[in-house]
Design a protein around this ligand. Structure first.
Ligand code: 5GP
Length: 181
């Protein structure tokens, strides 16, 4: 599909399913290299819901070391704009103390969401804390968020698909689409 429309807004194809697959493969290779020597009981992959559920499902199936997966829910977006404040809706099932935590975020825009989560986890004293994001908008967040594993930098546009939504819609799309200006 070249174009999709939700809520009277037109979106055009931006990152194809094939490109996404390649990005995920490269990210998984890097993560595999860095984590293979860590004891399996101590690694926890934390997916930030809702947007990262598709990405994390593809990513973890390319990881060749055992690990736990947990989910947290943090909300900072309404419609197509960041609210400027975050809500912790779902917390980690187990404390991060002494664990190697790898946080998975779909997209880093202002960086507010990931920053709030990092602060919370740091206070639990994990053994290590790294961040993996599929996409980042460096022109918005000025690269202030340390992203250890980044899939792709994008300009400050609004995108949907591959887990990313517009008011709940569009998460099922296999490609990523950009809002037309
Ligand atoms: P931040 O707190 O970095 O501004 O925003 C992070 C969250 O906002 C992401 O996890 C994602 O849920 C949502 N978000 C940011 N940019 C976009 C975008 O371009 N499209 C969609 N669908 N969600 C976005």
């Amino acid at each position: 599909m070249k174009n999709v429309n939700y809520y009277n807004k037109d979106f055009k194809l931006y990152i194809s399913e094939n490109e996404i697959k390649e990005i995920v493969k490269v990210l998984a290779e890097k993560i595999n290299n860095d984590y293979t020597l860590i004891k399996k009981e101590e690694i926890c992959i934390v997916s930030i819901l809702n947007g990262s559920f598709v990405f994390v499902a593809d990513l973890i199936r390319r990881l060749n070391f055992d690990h736990k997966v947990d989910f947290v829910k943090i909300k900072s977006y309404d419609g197509i704009e960041s609210k400027g404040e975050v809500e912790h809706i779902l917390e980690l099932g187990e404390s991060a103390k002494g664990k190697h935590i790898l946080v998975i975020e779909d997209i880093v825009d202002t960086g507010l969401t990931i920053e709030a989560f990092i602060d919370k986890i740091k206070s639990q004293k994990p053994a290590s804390l790294k961040v993996c994001a599929l996409l980042s908008k460096p022109e918005v967040n000025n690269d202030i968020i340390p992203i250890d594993y980044l899939g792709k930098e994008i300009p400050p546009c609004f995108v949907i698909g591959y887990g990313l939504d517009i008011s709940g819609m569009g998460r099922h799309l296999r490609d990523i689409y950009q809002l037309e200006a």
